[in-house]
Design a protein. Structure first.
Length: 404
C-alpha cells in the first residue's frame, strides 16, 4: 500500500489511523489536522461539554502520547491540493506529502445563514470545539437566545441553554421538530418536553432578518411578521460536506464525494469516508450520505480492513443518538419510506419506542429513554432480522426471543 495519508482528523480520520495500527499496518500514517486541538469527539460539543466545566482534554480520543507511541504523524496543516498523477498532497504551509493511499475524511462544515445581519458577532454556529467553547463562555442566565433550526444540534443547544437559565426560542421552517430524521411520534413528544421546560418553539416559520442596533443583535424577524427579542442567535440549519478538494482533483462528487460499496472513489488509490462520503449502500440500495459517529467510525474500520488485506463491502447498520434535556433519543436503522408506526412502551411515562415498518418489514426503531429497545434494534436489524408489528405492539412479547 505504501504511506497512508488521511485528510481530516475528526471521527473518521482518527479511526482509520487507529484501526490501521491495530491491524498491524506498519507503514507511514499521517493524519492532517486543520483544527488546533488533538483529535476530539464532536457529540459532547452540544451536550456535556457545553453544559459542564471540564477542559478540552475531556473530549480527546487519546492523549498525545498515543500518536507518538503508535507512530501516527499528526500534522497540523490543511490539505490544499491533490496531484493524483504524482500521488502528492500539497499542504497549505507549502510542503507536500507522498501517498500510497489517500483517505478523504474531510467531514462537513456549517451551512451559513444568508439573511441581513447574519455576520454579526452574536450570530453563532456549533460544529467545532472552538465554537462550543465560545458559546459556553458566552451564555449566562437571563440572556435571550433564538435558535434557528430544530434539528438535533439546535434542540440539544436549546435544552442546555434553557437548563442554564436562558430565555430560549426555537424557530423551525418545517411543521415539526427533527422532521427530516424522526417520526411524528418522536417529534411531538420532544416538542412537548421542550415546551414543558419553558422553551418556546415556533414551527412553520422562517427567520427573515436579524435585527441589530449597530453591531449589537436585538432580535429576529419572522416570516409571519413576528419579532422575537434576542441577545444571541444560534444557527443550526445543517451542514455542507467538504467535497471541494476531491472535486478539484477531478474526482466525481455530488452531495458528497462519490464512493462505491468499498468506499473507494473513482481512483483506486483514494477512499472517502464519514460525513463527506456519498457511498453506494449494499444494505439499502442506492447512495447514502450520513452524518453520525457510527457511520464515520464503521467506514473507517472498513477502509482500514481493506488496506490491511481484508476487503469487505461496507454494510454497517446506521444508528444515532441525541441527548436533549433529561431525554435520551436513540435511533437504529433507517426509517425512510415507513408507512406504519407501532408504539411500544409508555409515552405518558416518557419511555417508549416507535417501531417503523414498511408493510410487515421493520425498517428502524426510534427510542426515547428505552435503551433496551435500541440495543435490540441494532442487533436485530444488523443481522437482517425483523419482528411483526403485532409482536412489537405486544408488551408481553419477549424481544430477546427474536434474537436467537
Ligand atoms: P468531522 O468530524 O467533521 O471531521 C472532519 C475534519 O476534517 C474536521 O476537523 C475538518 O476541519 C477537517 N478538514 C476538512 N478539510 C480539511 C483539509 N482540507 N485539510 C485538513 N483537514 C480538513 N453524531 C452522532 O452519532 N451522535 C451525536 O450525538 C452527534 N452529536 C453531534 C453534535 C454536534 C455539535 C456535531 C457538530 C455533530 C454531532 N454528531 C453526532 C455528528 C458527528 O459528530 C459527525 O457525523 C462526525 O463527526 C463525522 O466525522 P467525520 O470525521 O466524517 O467529520
Amino acid at each position: 500500500t505504501g504511506s497512508v495519508i488521511i485528510v481530516g482528523a475528526g471521527h473518521a480520520g482518527f479511526q482509520v489511523a487507529a484501526s490501521l495500527r491495530q491491524a498491524g499496518f506498519s507503514e507511514r500514517i499521517a493524519l492532517i489536522n486543520d483544527e488546533g486541538h488533538l483529535p476530539y469527539q464532536r457529540p459532547p460539543l452540544s451536550k456535556a461539554y457545553l453544559k459542564g466545566t471540564g477542559g478540552p482534554e475531556t473530549l480527546m480520543f487519546r492523549p498525545e502520547k498515543f500518536y507518538h507511541d503508535n507512530k501516527i504523524e499528526l500534522i497540523t496543516d490543511r490539505a490544499h491540493a491533490i496531484d493524483r498523477n504524482a500521488r502528492k498532497v500539497a499542504l497549505a504551509s507549502g510542503t507536500s506529502l507522498d501517498y500510497g493511499h489517500l483517505v478523504f475524511a474531510t467531514g462537513a462544515r456549517n451551512r451559513l445563514l444568508d439573511i441581513p445581519n447574519a455576520k454579526l458577532d452574536a450570530v453563532r454556529y456549533l460544529r467545532i470545539l472552538d465554537e462550543s467553547q465560545a458559546l459556553r463562555d458566552l451564555i449566562a442566565p437571563g440572556m435571550r437566545v433564538v435558535v434557528i433550526g430544530a434539528g438535533f444540534i439546535g434542540l440539544e443547544f436549546a435544552a442546555t441553554a434553557r437548563g442554564k437559565g436562558l430565555e430560549v426560542d426555537v424557530v423551525e421552517l418545517a411543521s415539526r421538530v427533527m422532521a427530516r430524521a424522526v417520526t411524528a411520534e418522536i417529534s411531538e413528544f420532544s416538542q412537548s418536553r421542550h415546551a414543558a421546560a419553558g422553551i418556546r418553539i415556533h414551527l412553520g416559520v422562517q427567520v427573515t432578518a436579524i435585527e441589530a442596533d449597530g453591531a449589537k443583535v436585538t432580535g429576529v424577524s419572522l416570516s409571519n411578521g413576528t419579532h422575537i427579542p434576542a441577545d444571541l442567535v444560534v444557527v443550526g440549519v445543517g451542514v455542507l460536506p467538504n467535497v471541494e478538494l476531491a472535486a478539484e482533483a477531478g474526482l466525481p462528487v455530488a452531495s458528497g464525494i462519490i464512493v462505491d460499496e468499498h468506499l473507494l472513489t473513482a481512483d483506486p488509490d483514494i477512499s472517502a469516508i464519514g460525513d463527506c462520503a456519498l457511498y453506494t449502500s449494499k444494505r439499502f440500495g442506492g447512495s447514502l450520505r450520513l452524518e453520525s459517529v457510527q457511520n464515520a467510525t464503521d467506514h473507517a474500520r472498513c477502509v482500514a480492513s481493506r488496506l490491511t488485506g481484508k476487503t469487505e463491502v461496507y454494510d454497517g447498520l446506521p444508528w444515532f443518538w441525541s441527548d436533549q434535556g433529561p431525554d435520551k433519543l436513540q435511533m437504529a436503522g433507517l426509517t425512510t419510506g415507513y408507512d406504519r408506526v407501532v408504539v411500544r412502551g409508555d409515552r405518558a411515562q416518557g419511555a417508549f419506542s416507535a417501531f417503523c415498518y414498511r408493510g410487515d418489514r421493520l425498517l428502524g426503531i426510534e427510542s426515547v429513554n428505552r435503551a433496551g429497545d435500541h440495543m435490540f434494534g441494532r442487533r436485530l436489524l444488523g443481522a437482517g432480522g425483523s419482528i411483526t408489528p403485532e409482536q412489537a405492539a405486544d408488551a408481553s412479547f419477549d424481544l430477546k426471543s427474536a434474537l436467537s
